[in-house]
Design a protein around this ligand. Structure first.
Ligand SMILES: Cc1cc2nc3c(=O)[nH]c(=O)nc-3n(C[C@H](O)[C@H](O)[C@H](O)COP(=O)(O)OP(=O)(O)OC[C@H]3O[C@@H](n4cnc5c(N)ncnc54)[C@H](O)[C@@H]3O)c2cc1C
Length: 550
């Protein structure tokens, strides 16, 4: 009790709860996409990640941010990073959960839903702390591209797929587990990587194939303490993909110089740097001059993680908003009982469930694309669509969820301590790994392939006849695809494909109240331009009840 006043009508934080058990949208999407998946491990993980201890690690890792130690105290260049112990605790937990390369292990592959299982776990972890997942995500994504050099992959695969984390800067084979990053973006060109100027010149060959000396820079180079990187560099034959380890096979340090760390809006626990390669040693991966498609095998998977990650951040923001409005009163009622707040919460719940449904539908294609033609086409189509639309909705979503908490939402230690963090994180998934326009243009490329329109129609078919607005949109899409939208229309097309697929998925996985309200608002136009403008006939209670985190 304060000496001057009684403190009341403030909320109990959302802590020590199971992130998986209460997430009905996630449960429904898993049942739909991987009915045989045993979710016991997700239940256990949800318990761990919702704990007060883990929340403390997440907070500390973001308050005590990584520091670059460029030199030793005696002036030797060391290019090391120092992290708070909580960062390492989070990395240990993420690798133990198999969120990095584990799905590529033989045992996981045999299950038939390695990527789905990992996608759900990745979403749960994102709710706890998204920024440490940058190196985790890149290590997950690297395998398809790295397999372009079978000798290196054979040597590194055991450590890439293990569940062990070892932050030490030493030879990969002396470590129980490793992480990997990627370096594409240069000062003069990020999206347009053809403008890269970093050069690679031949330097002989060895057991890992053709070796090169690399000179140049990368303007964005996240997680520079990773054990190795895939980078792009110019050769006379064109841009090529190269494998560049931090420690060379003879145990010496490679010539990778970390210039400085980026001072970012959010994503604070993760180190993002600018680096130079001063004659660094690297090995060719894939074909010479075919570096862009080679490294895009990695980019495709990190784009999946952007969609999964933003969906999870939406879920976390919604859970916090529900927790707050359930406890806080204003004008004589709990906030959650106020009609207009119900409209906001229900609208956020629809967006969150639709994002989860689309992101996990995309994850399913990663398990099946190699053996199922429809899944292969959907992987190609839905990767840019999901990355574009879900990430584009993220910032708007976070702002509205923050506003549910009023002023507390805007304060670092209010908003359960994480609302401000979520808000700062949201734009990032939209920018990196291909910003919005790049994704929309990529969809146009995907649609130019034969059978894209037919595959889309096949995907939407199960929901036919279930809502007139969805039928109308689904009927119009093949023609729009056939006519091939111009670049000017690419964003609108990406949005409409996303909404159609989201609606078709909700028809199959969500209660009629959710599906109906989604179609009425997003497809039939009974909606405004801000969240909280659902039609009065919406079944608010059912939608909100389904979204409650407990
Ligand atoms: C925190 C952080 C970490 C990062 N980590 C890494 C990393 O580890 N490795 C790495 O390689 N990169 C990394 N990046 C870089 C990131 O992937 C790029 O910033 C991103 O791809 C955009 O490239 P750019 O910054 O050069 O912007 P630009 O390519 O200049 O794009 C600027 C804008 O123009 C738009 N645009 C571009 N071309 C077109 C077009 N033809 N038509 C219409 N619009 C267009 C884009 O959509 C974007 O909105 C990181 C970025 C951030 C913010």
């Amino acid at each position: 009790m304060s000496a001057t006043h009684e403190v009341f009508n403030q909320v109990e934080p959302l802590v020590d709860y199971n992130l998986f058990a209460g997430n009905q949208a996630l449960g429904a999407a898993l049942k739909f996409n991987a009915p045989a998946l045993n979710t016991a491990h997700l239940h256990a993980l949800g318990d761990t990640l919702g704990s007060a201890d883990m929340q403390t690690h997440a907070r500390l890792a973001n308050v005590f941010t990584p520091q670059l130690k460029s030199h030793s105290r005696f002036g030797h260049r060391i290019d090391q990073l120092e992290f708070h112990p909580s960062y390492h605790a989070l990395m240990t937990a993420a690798t133990a959960a198999g969120l990095h390369g584990t799905p590529f292990s033989a045992a996981e592959q045999a299950s038939g839903h390695a990527h789905m299982a990992r996608a759900a776990a990745f979403m749960l972890f994102t709710e706890l702390e998204p920024s440490i997942l940058c190196p985790i995500s890149m290590t997950y994504a690297v395998t398809p591209a790295l397999q372009g050099n079978p000798a290196i992959y054979a040597d590194w695969a055991p450590q890439l797929t293990s569940r062990a984390y070892d932050p030490a800067l030493k030879l990969w084979k002396d470590k129980p587990g490793v992480t990997m990053g990627m370096g594409m973006t240069e000062k003069q060109g990020g999206s347009d990587v053809r403008a890269n100027t970093t050069q690679a010149v031949p330097d002989g060959s060895d057991a890992w194939g053709q070796r090169f000396k690399v000179t140049g820079h990368k303007w964005f180079f996240s997680a520079p303490m990773c054990d190795a990187f895939l980078i792009l560099a110019q050769k006379p034959s064109g841009l090529s993909c190269l494998f560049l380890p931090r420690v060379l096979p003879d145990g010496s340090l490679n010539q990778l110089v970390i210039q400085r760390l980026k001072d970012k809006l959010g994503n604070k626990a993760n180190a993002s740097s600018e680096v130079e390669f001063a004659g660094a040693t690297a090995w060719l991966v894939g074909e010479e001059g075919r570096g862009v498609p080679q490294i895009l095998a990695m980019g495709t998977m990190t784009r999946l993680d952007c969609a999964l990650g933003t969906s999870a951040l939406m879920r976390q923001a919604l859970s916090i908003a529900l927790n707050h409005t359930t406890q806080r009163s204003a004008f004589g009622k709990k906030l959650i009982e106020q009609p207009l707040m119900q409209n906001v919460l229900a609208d956020l719940a629809l967006e969150s469930e639709a994002a989860t449904a689309l992101a996990l539908r995309l994850a399913r294609s990663f398990d099946r694309a190699a053996t199922d033609e429809h899944e292969r086409v959907m992987q190609r189509l839905l990767t840019p669509v999901a990355k574009f639309w879900i990430c584009k909705r993220g910032s708007h979503f976070a702002q509205e969820a923050m506003e549910c908490l009023g002023g507390n939402g805007y304060v670092e230690e209010g908003g359960e301590g994480v609302m401000a963090r979520i808000y700062r994180e949201m734009p990032l998934n939209s920018i990196w790994e291909g910003a919005g326009n790049i994704m929309a243009l990529d969809l146009l490329r995907a649609l130019r392939k034969a059978d894209a329109a037919a595959a889309l129609a096949h995907e939407l078919a199960p929901a036919q006849g279930m809502h007139p607005a969805l039928d109308h949109l689904a009927a119009s899409l093949p023609t729009r695809v056939e006519l091939m939208a111009t670049e000017m229309e690419a964003r609108r097309l990406a949005q409409d494909v996303a909404l159609a697929v989201q609606a078709a998925l909700l028809a199959q996985t969500a209660p009629p109240a959710v599906f109906g309200a989604f179609c009425d608002s997003r497809l039939a136009g009974h909606w405004g331009h801000s969240f909280g403008s659902l039609g009065a006939g919406t079944d608010f209670a059912t939608i909100i009840q389904r979204a409650q985190p407990h």
